[in-house]
Design a protein around this ligand. Structure first.
Ligand code: PXG
Length: 289
């Protein structure tokens, strides 16, 4: 496998970073998880924009232009013969000292890994997920804002541990006010009487690109979509609940905290939007060739 590191493609065994890299020492950095479908990188410009916004928020200067980073993503896919896959784009603060001071790190490290995607079992899509609310509260917006896709994912990892320990694949996270934020690695939507609602990012959600795409597709299909504060109550009494994310795409939730959602099966609106989303993944994106 070839990995993009710094400013060029190198062999996998040479793709190593320093133990003094602040990405490792402090989780100091940002990343994107991107999908390629059918020889195209899906939503590449949107991922690059979000990456640069995340970096700006943590005062991290990416030592390449947006178009150079985009090109590195495409080149890494090409070098590995990836046509359908998963791309991890990582920017770390770079090599520094054992101290916290990020300004002693001379140059941020740019890493692009393009690999095959490990898909969730089809069964999860056919039957829907059972999830629970976890006790780990989503990061406060004025701690590290959840809109920053940072390398410090301990908040989410703690949530995932709780969910898995309870026998669930995903956990629902609330913000410090007890409002619905998102799942540990996906955004959440409810459908009630044909209206879709998802929490606004200021409630503690990553501004998911799958989420944004689904909002657009739903509005184009004639649905009303609201970004509104949500309580768990809104999910419990919804006709449908589903999660969105680059890895999971769109997946139904049929049980939350032992409340059956709707009729307990993946819903009609979710299925319609999933078909529209899949049409986009088949036909849109930045060509790898
Ligand atoms: N919330 C959180 C906390 C996420 O990490 C999403 C929502 C969905 O955002 P997108 O832009 O993907 O629709 C994410 C995305 C991984 C992995 O390897 C995680 C994500 C995406 C891709 C891969 O675990 N999280």
């Amino acid at each position: 496998m070839k990995v993009f590191l710094g400013d060029k493609l190198v062999d996998e065994q040479d793709a190593v970073v320093s133990v003094f890299d602040h990405g490792l020492l402090y989780g100091d950095g940002v990343f994107e998880g991107i999908r390629a479908y059918n020889g195209r990188v899906f939503l590449l410009d949107e991922h690059i924009d979000r990456l640069y916004d995340s970096a700006k928020a943590i005062a991290l200067e990416i030592p390449m232009s947006k178009s150079e980073v985009s090109q590195a993503v495409v080149d890494t896919c090409k070098a590995n013969g990836i046509s359908d896959g998963y791309i991890r784009l990582v920017i770390t603060r770079g090599k520094g000292t054992l101290g916290l001071n990020p300004f002693l790190c001379k140059k941020a490290e740019v890493i692009v890994i393009a690999a095959n995607i490990q898909l969730y079992p089809q069964e999860l899509y056919d039957t829907g997920l059972k999830i629970i609310t976890v006790g780990t509260v989503r990061n406060h917006t004025e701690a590290i804002n959840p809109r920053v896709k940072s390398l410090n994912y301990l908040n989410n990892v703690m949530a995932k541990i709780e969910a898995i320990n309870a026998g669930c694949m995903e956990g629902l996270m609330l913000n410090a006010q007890g409002q619905v934020a998102e799942a540990s690695g996906d955004n959440v939507f409810a459908v009630k009487n044909g209206v879709l609602t998802t929490p606004p990012s200021w409630c503690g959600a990553l501004e998911g690109l799958t989420r944004n795409k689904v909002i657009k597709l739903a509005r184009n299909a004639g649905y009303e979509v609201r970004e509104d504060v949500m309580a768990r109550y809104d999910l419990y009494v919804a006709d449908e609940v589903f999660l969105t994310g680059t890895a999971a795409e769109i997946i139904a939730v049929v049980d939350i905290d032992k409340r059956q959602i709707g009729d307990g099966k993946p819903g009609q609106v979710m299925s319609e939007l999933k078909a529209l989303y899949e049409e986009c993944t088949r036909t849109e994106g930045t060509s790898i060739a």
